[in-house]
Structures are given as C-alpha cells and as structure tokens.
Design a protein around this ligand. Structure first.
Ligand SMILES: Nc1ncnc2c1ncn2[C@@H]1O[C@H](COP(=O)(O)OP(=O)(O)OP(=O)(O)O)[C@@H](O)[C@H]1O
Length: 258
C-alpha cells in the first residue's frame, strides 16, 4: 500500500431535518485496502458511502480523491462532468439492488461492454470477447451473453453487476451491502468471488455492510458507526477479537449469540 490515501474524508456532517445522519466523520482509505463500514441500521453507513462517492453533498466537511497521477481533487468541488467521468473510469459502485447498478434493458454482454466503451474501447469483436471472459470470471456461462439481466437469478445479477463494475479495472470501488438480500449459500460464494477479484486487481474498496462475517472475510480494516459517528476503528481482527467500545462489544457479541 502506498504512502498517500486514495480517498480522505474530513469532518463530514449531513443532516436530514432533525436526523444527523453524519456527524463529523473523518477517515482515510489507502490504495489496495478494503475498508468495511459497519454499524446498525440507520447509523449512517450508506449516507457516508454516498457522500464519499460524490452522490450526496455534505453540510460540512470535504472528501479528497487522489487520482492515478497523484493529483488531489475535492470530490464535491470538481463538477458533475468530471465526477461522472471518474465514476465511469477510475471508480465503481456496486449496489445492494443489482437492478440499480445494471441496465436491465440491455444484454449481459452489453452491460459489461458498455463500461469498456466508456473507457475508450471501440472494437466490437474485442469488447464482446472481453465481456465473455468477464462473464466466465464471475461464473456466468458465456452462453448467456445475449440474455438480459431480468432472466437471471439474484445471485447471477449481482455477479453481473460486479463484472460490469470491475471490467475497467477501477482503482476504487464503493460497495453497499453487495450480498444483502441473497440466500446465505449464494452470499458465501459471492463473498469468495469478491475477495478473489479485489485482491487480484488490487482495488481499494469502501464496503458498507451490517454483516460482521462479510467484514471479517473481506476487510483489512473496519470502522464502526453509531448515530452518524465513528465510534471505533482499527484492523479487522483487532476490532472483532478485542472490541474496545461498548457498542462494538455489543455488535460483536450479538453476532456471536445469533
Ligand atoms: N434521503 C434521505 N432523506 C431523509 N432521511 C434520510 C435520507 N437518507 C438517509 N436518511 C436518514 O439518515 C439516517 C442514516 O441512514 P443510512 O441509510 O445512512 O443508514 P445505514 O446505516 O446505511 O442504514 P441501513 O443499514 O438500514 O441501510 C437514517 O435515520 C435515515 O432515515
């Protein structure tokens, strides 16, 4: 991992009416690092992810992204076109509901190929070949390349969303409950797949999950959120094996008891 964070958040606050969804959140994400953001429902995890990805604007604070050339840029100051370009190229976003991350009216191959075209690929034959390779990589038979995602199972759709996101080899991927809503056995395979791809490609990941087991499997480091604040952070094993904050202790023991 390099010396400079790929993404830094400083003093992020965001309220919705009387609800303080984020209350002075600061964190760093390092190149190639998987950082899990855990906490109970409503603690502000998804809001934090959306603010970090530039999809929501904080009331206070800033997010800085360091690009491939080492230039720093303020995520909320760069303007829509630059942000959209980043989202299509150096970044990716894996949504809990694959239907939000896929184009449901386009074939599986088209979903993957479209991201390649957004980064400059033009040759139809090689785009299709690369799409087929990625379908195999996420364990979808390339014979399904012309099928639309609506004909896929939930687990397949999620794997397709992952192929679509990773095909351009982004440096930074935001994942919001990527295994949420799937059967336990499907979740386990998907987590293994994500772990392999993320480590092969050396991607930095900000992963929102309420699943402590998923965090343990995927994340190098954890931050624990409660009521819009980070109450504890550290290396995954340290936080889960020796939680210091009473809230983290409760979170971990409730999983053990389940
Ligand atoms: N667009 C919005 N409008 C109004 N309130 C919102 C909005 N987005 C989030 N909130 C509120 O902000 C708080 C934090 O929500 P957030 O979705 O970030 O939590 P979370 O930890 O991701 O929860 P979950 O695990 O249930 O997804 C909640 O009280 C939520 O109701």
């Amino acid at each position: 991992m390099s010396d400079d964070p790929i993404l830094s958040a400083r003093g992020l606050s965001l309220s919705f009416g009387a609800v303080r969804a984020l209350d002075g959140v600061s964190l760093d994400l390092w190149p190639g690092e998987v950082l899990a953001i855990v906490g109970e429902s409503g603690s502000g995890k998804s809001t934090l992810l959306r603010v970090m990805a530039g999809e929501a604007r904080p009331d206070a604070g800033a997010v800085t992204y360091r690009d491939t050339l080492g230039a720093s840029m303020e995520v909320h100051g760069m303007g829509e076109p630059a942000l959209r370009r980043l989202a299509r190229t150096e970044w990716g976003f894996v949504r809990q509901d694959a239907r939000e991350g896929l184009r449901m009216g386009v074939s599986a191959g088209g979903n993957v190929g479209e991201r390649l075209m957004a980064t400059g690929a033009r040759h139809y034959g090689s785009i299709r070949e690369e799409a087929a390779r990625w379908l195999e990589r996420v364990e979808i038979s390339p014979s399904r390349i012309d099928d639309r995602p609506g004909t896929f199972s939930g687990g397949m759709r999620q794997r397709l969303q992952i192929a679509r996101t990773l095909v351009t080899r982004p440096r930074l991927v935001f994942m919001d409950e990527p295994t949420g809503g799937l059967d336990v056995s499907v979740q386990a395979r998907l987590l293994d797949l994500i772990r392999g791809l993320v480590s092969d490609l050396g991607i930095a990941v900000a992963l929102v999950t309420h699943d402590i087991a998923a965090a343990r499997l995927l994340a190098h480091r954890l931050v624990v959120m409660r009521e819009g604040r980070i109450v504890e952070e550290g290396l995954t094993d340290r936080v889960l094996d020796d939680p210091r904050h009473p809230y983290t202790q409760l979170l971990v023991s409730s999983v053990l008891a389940a």
